[in-house]
Design a protein around this ligand. Structure first.
Ligand code: GDP
Ligand code: MG
Length: 650
């Protein structure tokens, strides 16, 4: 069954609330103040008479008074179908047009016009008002093919015709998607005795289920859904396009309010910088300038925003241009979302548009063409008549998003938010692009093949340059490589694995090297190496320290000059580093290990005290302590309160 939200629009006192009561039997003026003053202040809700199995219409009745346009905006944001109400005795008035613009800017495409209070005028006048209502609609929406029906709520005239027109138009409305991420902008929250906190709103996309969990953004509190109601009846789940009331466990009434968003997927987040395409309505009384402060309305939220105009100083009435909006409070947005902007003072609606990037970065004004490049075109894709063209536009948008600006790749949920496409559609697109060799998935993130190639080249270059400068080294440390490249770890690892598989790079322990790399010393270092090796071998268990070696060999550069040579010999396995300052010949170390092993194994499980082991090796404490600590660390021995024991019996 398709669920559609019908929203009223029109000037105050033109008979919207009376007409909804005549059609649905519900007086939507809920508040005592509204009933006493006879004026709608806030949103009212009703269910359209349910006579059809395949169509379910909810009604949102909005206030017409100019002081309450912000409430009207909160209601209009979930509307699929507009019921424009024009009083026959007055004809179109300022809010008639303002509401039409708001509906248009929020992406409403279909509507029905009711010229009401027909009982107050004669036929000729009625004709005139109908004509001017038609030209109001076409002024905003282009050619007007909306049905225009003369009615009287009081005399119950024309209601059957109006009902037929509403049902027929609702049938043409596009259904919102169930198989999409759940999101519901909250329009009311209150407490019900015995139930607790209840929120209401129109489900924009996806479904919400009794027993499920929801996040309340931007505060990011989690609540459990105790119960779901649609049209006052308990249901298992509420679906896209339905108005729902949710009983929430785990939040107090004051912790959730109009302007908040309920969502489920962890990917949703609020943000204060949006890239958008902004249209200034043709009859806006002013142009907009860079850094102008504006009121920004998206969903049921409202916040102040600064306008960043790129490559120009002003936006003129009737123009559409990519802009950046810096919001004073974070909002939960998705690419393709519609918004409205109003002038700060006086408060009038002057424009609106479509979100291009809901998670934009701050861009300085001078950044040329930045937004156009980053802009996905999910909105265009949806508008495009040709399915093939739409598919191509969507693929191009996804590729741009995956490429991003920093090569960090993107996961599918992020792509869904940033493109406005459903996760199902995103998944199809990335899979087909993978098959076509344009994208690659690494650890659940998608990367362009260009980005992969880029990392590959950077890796090979980094390893090669390391070999060049440290030709004596076996290879370059993996940690160092990863941090130096500054690319996503998972991607670097995957590319390293590719290179290893292809035989271009070898990885040993924590070092990577080009396959053809052979560590080598220059001739002078070769001589030093030979001399060091000889001295250490001859010194047995009491070798000279690095400092002493440097002094003894008197090479230029002292200790520093010895380090690469010592490293080279250690990596080749000729030497063992016991401490930073103490190296042993590998053969000598093997002997030390053997003596200690024999002594401890022969002791019948007795521990060897340092004084005994000193005798075994014939060394002073200066050598004994580092040696024993080294052998502990190397896994040969273990230190107990009685002394050293073998870690494993040989
Ligand atoms: P809203 O502000 O657009 O919601 O207007 P209301 O529905 O509150 O109606 C405003 C006034 O117009 C009320 O006094 C209604 O009784 C009156 N009204 C509404 N519909 C009709 C109608 O069809 N005929 C006449 N004569 N009066 C109407
Ligand atoms: Mg009203």
């Amino acid at each position: 069954m398709k669920s559609v939200v019908l929203g009223t629009a029109g000037h105050v006192d033109h008979g919207k609330t009376a007409l909804i009561e005549a059609l649905t039997g519900v007086n939507t003026d809920r508040w005592q103040e509204e009933r006493e003053r006879g004026i709608t202040i806030d949103l009212g809700f009703a269910r359209y008479p349910q006579r059809l199995d395949d169509l379910d219409i909810s009604v949102v009745d909005v206030p017409g008074h100019e002081d309450f346009v912000k409430n009207m905006l909160a209601g209009a944001s979930g509307v699929d179908l507009l019921l424009l109400v024009v009083a026959a005795d007055e004809g179109p008035m300022p809010q008639t047009r303002e509401h039409l613009w708001i509906a248009r800017l929020l992406g409403v495409r279909r509507g029905v016009v009711a010229v009401t209070k027909a009982d107050l005028v004669d036929a000729e006048w009625l004709e005139l008002v109908s004509d001017s209502a038609r030209s109001e609609v076409s002024n905003v929406f282009g050619e007007c093919d909306w049905p225009i029906i003369a009615v009287s709520a009081l005399k119950e005239r024309g209601l059957a015709d109006l009902d037929r027109a509403i049902v027929a138009t609702a049938r043409e409305a596009e259904a919102r998607r169930d198989d999409d991420l759940f999101r519901l902008p909250v329009d009311r929250s209150f407490t019900v005795r015995g139930i607790g906190t209840v929120v209401t709103g129109t489900v924009w996309s996806g479904t919400v289920q009794t027993g499920g969990e929801v996040r309340i953004l931007p505060g990011d509190r989690t609540a459990r859904v105790r119960g779901v109601q649609v049209h006052g009846g308990d249901v298992e789940r509420a679906r896209a396009g339905q108005r729902a009331a949710l009983a929430l466990a785990g939040v107090d009434r004051w912790q959730v309010a109009r302007g908040d968003v309920l969502a489920a997927d962890p990917v949703w987040r609020s943000h204060t910088v949006l890239d958008a395409s902004l249209t200034l309505i043709p009859d806006a009384p002013w142009s907009l300038k860079h850094w102008q402060r504006l009121r920004f309305h998206l969903g049921t939220s409202e916040t102040m925003a600064r306008l960043v105009l790129h490559e120009r100083d002003r936006l003129q009435p009737g123009e559409t241009h990519p802009v950046q909006l810096r919001l004073e409070r974070p909002v939960v947005a998705r690419a393709g979302d519609r918004f409205v902007i109003r002038f700060y003072s006086p408060v009038v609606t002057i424009g609106g548009g479509v979100v291009i990037d809901p998670w934009a970065r701050r861009r300085r004004r001078s950044t040329r063409g930045a937004i156009a490049v980053a802009a996905p075109s999910a909105g265009d894709a949806a508008d495009s008549a040709d399915a093939g063209e739409a598919g191509e536009a969507a693929s191009a948008a996804i590729e741009r998003l995956v490429a991003g600006e920093d090569g960090a790749g993107a996961d599918e949920a992020e792509l869904s938010i940033r493109s406005g496409l459903s996760p199902v559609d995103v998944s199809k697109i990335v899979k087909s692009m993978e098959a076509a060799g344009a994208l690659r998935q690494v650890a659940r993130r998608w990367f362009t093949l260009d980005a992969v190639r880029d990392v590959r080249e950077a890796l090979l270059a980094a390893v090669a340059s390391h070999h060049e400068s440290d030709s004596h080294a076996q290879g370059v440390g993996l940690e160092f490589l990863r941090s130096r490249l500054g690319r996503p770890q998972a991607l670097v690892n995957a590319v390293l694995a590719d290179l290893q598989r292809e035989g271009l790079v070898r990885i040993e322990g924590s070092l990577a090297a080009l396959s053809e790399h052979r560590p080598r010393l220059d001739p002078k270092q070769e001589d030093t190496a030979k001399e060091i090796a000889r001295r250490l071998r001859e010194a047995g268990f009491s070798p000279p320290t690095v400092k002493e070696l440097a002094r003894g060999l008197s090479v230029g550069g002292g200790e520093q000059a010895l380090l690469p040579v010592l490293k080279f010999l250690t990596e080749r396995g000729d030497l063992v580093a016991v401490t930073q300052d103490l190296y042993y010949d590998a053969g000598v170390m093997a002997q030390a290990r053997q003596r200690i092993t024999e002594y401890l194994a022969g002791g019948g499980g007795q521990a060897g005290r340092p004084s005994e082991l000193r005798e075994v090796l014939g060394v002073t404490r200066k050598y004994l302590i580092p040696l024993l600590e080294y052998l502990d660390a190397a896994g040969l021995t273990r230190r107990t309160s009685e002394g050293r024991v073998l870690r494993e019996t040989p």
